[in-house]
Design a protein around this ligand. Sequence first.
Ligand SMILES: [Zn+2]
Length: 125
Amino acid sequence: MTGERIRVIRKALSQSRFRARFHLNHDDIAYIQSKNLKVIRSHAFDFITKRLAPASPVQDGKQTPFRGHPVFKAQHATATCCRGCLQKWYRIPKRQILKPHEIELVVDMVMYWIQTEFGKHALVR
Ligand SMILES: [Zn+2]
């Protein structure tokens, strides 16, 4: 996927009332600070690999909680929460195992969002 396409998706996400309402709260920020972003990235990779990458993920469409881990919120905010959203927003077809570069793309989207949110909190403190 090109950088231009990713910019178009990020802009559309920021204009979606549903996607743009997700934010990290103080508990999420404290959790990230207690781990560091490298560890959060490894969590993101694990979640995406187990819950999103299979051709038929368990409970697809409902596999991503709305709280409990910063990565889950990031997935809703970036429309990487289920295979339906991945197809709609990223044109990644359903019913196929995600390829390694697609997993990387999702993890990058999630981590970019988390870092942006994290940065906002750092400025507020
Ligand atoms: Zn979804």
